[in-house]
Design a protein around this ligand. Structure first.
Ligand SMILES: *Cc1c(COP(=O)(O)O)cnc(C)c1O
Ligand SMILES: [Zn+2]
Length: 376
């Protein structure tokens, strides 16, 4: 059964429902279980996923390292752990959700999948579409930079430019898909969200965090991680939930704005502008659902500006990890939370490093190069 995250209305599983008639996203009920043994997270936590996953078709998503940050832990006075999602097959956590989401399309008998994206989502869905032998449709806003298209070139997906910003395309794509028999595995599809839970399962195999920092755009990742921890608690595998922190870029922070103004609903963020393009959704489809979770679980919301983001990106480089600006936001936020005393000294903090910096090389300044002489 799929259930509305707002009104609780239920929908049967044999049709491709993704959103409630009230407009809000649907989700599966909480799973309970016990972890087993296995090399892959999909095996160890198989009781928590809605169907059996075909590991022969996996590209190796998930099971990423949780690296203790040496310098930043010391500098910030916390025990900071970095969940390194840059190591996924298409270099972002999106692959976890795509892998589960595409099984849903398979289960319903679709032969075509699609998504709406300008970057990481497009690459992920195009790659898994190829892997699973689907016909794949990627809808992109018409102002897309040529450079971003190149990351998609080799997977053989159909790439279609359409008018409208990301927020609009999301809703148009669901209609487009209904007319043409394409299952759109968009950013907060209920089964994509199920895939993101795997991050929470892997984290608690290593540490029980006090805080989890989550860069947030559409809200799918946040919802997935929270659902994972709720299921771990229901299953009595953890005693307490961590505090969940939504991180946004100041130049596009519809969720944080609503949170601080104590509104029940997000409003479209006008004239978004940030270097963190991967989290630049002015009208996130799970924005209201994230707000409800923040209120219910007493979570936090923090936004950071471009300068803070770039400085955090460099700090992560000094830990040996190259992330894209969107992923550095959580380190910038942690700095703020330590400075204003919200996060206490010695706290165990997990930061989700959502995607690789290799995808946004144009945003990095070339290093200084010295002239050298190797012979005497
Ligand atoms: C997609 C993405 C996010 C945000 O995830 P949502 O599910 O849209 O909230 C954060 N960082 C990176 C690098 C991403 O690609
Ligand atoms: Zn509803």
């Amino acid at each position: 059964m799929l259930k509305c995250t707002r009104c609780g209305r239920e929908y049967p599983l044999d049709e491709p429902y993704q959103r409630c008639e009230c407009g809000e996203p649907l989700e599966l009920e909480l799973f309970k279980g016990l972890p087993g043994i296995g090399r892959r997270v999909w095996e160890r936590f198989s009781q928590f996923f809605p169907f059996e996953l075909d590991l022969e078709l996996s590209l190796g998503e998930g099971d990423t390292p949780l690296t203790k940050a040496k310098h930043l832990s010391k500098e910030l006075g916390v025990r900071l752990y970095l969940k390194n999602e840059t190591l996924n097959p298409t270099w972002s956590f999106k692959d976890r959700g795509t892998f589960v989401g595409i099984h849903r399309a398979l289960e319903l008998g679709f032969k075509r999948i699609g998504t709406v994206s300008t970057g990481n989502m497009a690459a992920s869905v195009a790659a898994y579409g190829a892997r699973f032998g689907f016909e794949t449709f990627i809808l992109l806003p018409s102002n897309i930079a040529e450079e971003k298209l190149k990351a998609l070139a080799l997977y053989g997906a159909k790439i279609i430019k359409v008018r409208g910003d990301y927020g609009e395309l999301y809703y148009k794509s669901l209609e487009f898909g209904r007319d043409r028999g394409i299952y759109f595995i968009n950013s907060d599809d209920p089964f994509r969200v199920e895939g993101y839970k795997s991050i929470s399962f892997e984290i608690i195999e290593d540490v029980t965090p006090d805080y989890v920092l989550i860069p947030t755009s559409s809200g799918g990742l946040f919802r997935g991680i929270v659902k994972g921890f709720l299921e771990l608690k229901e299953s009595e595998l953890i005693e307490e939930l961590p505090k969940f922190v939504v991180i946004q870029a100041e130049g596009c922070s519809p969720i944080c704005s609503a949170f601080y103004e104590e509104r029940q609903k997000i409003e479209r963020f006008e004239n978004p502008h940030t270097i963190a393009h991967a989290i630049e959704n002015p009208y996130p489809p799970s924005g209201n659902a994230v707000l409800r979770l923040l209120r219910k679980l007493e979570g936090l919301c923090v936004s950071v500006d471009d300068k803070e983001i770039l400085s955090a990106q460099r700090a992560l480089g000094e830990e040996g990890i190259f992330v894209q600006p969107a992923s550095a936001t959580s380190i910038a936020a942690l700095k703020k939370l330590r400075e204003n005393g919200t996060v206490e000294k010695g706290a165990k903090v997990v930061s989700i490093l959502t995607g690789s910096g290799i995808k946004t090389l144009h945003q990095v300044k070339a290093p200084n190069v010295e002239d050298g002489e190797l012979s005497e």
